[in-house]
Design a protein. Sequence first.
Length: 137
Amino acid sequence: MATSASGPRIRREKKTVALMIALYCRKMHGANGQADLRQPQAARVEATPLCAECAELHRYAEQRLDRCRFGEGKTTCLACPVHCYAAIQREQIRRVMAFAGPRMLWHHPILAVRHLLDGQKKAISQECQNSATTKKR
């Protein structure tokens, strides 16, 4: 059981969730500040300040990632066997990801694809382990 909360996998997951929340907040709650329109769209999303509700969700998500019991070996939260979010925050992040997930392919395609692959890779390896355990019996 890996427990590193500062490795590359966790850092990438934090960046992905931060960008998803920023994209959601900007589109659903409006920008709380003026973004420089000369910057590329992706840079504007990152620079947009979050509303209080989204800032709190971002803080909560980072805290959950810092305390993830699987550390660098974690899967995506959707495929995780342990759902560590409280019910209210789980519903909030579900809405954020449902909205921002498809849009991430446009704004941050590399992060979006890597996130999808992380979920598939871990799910496949768990299926292989389950299959191997079943065959041994």
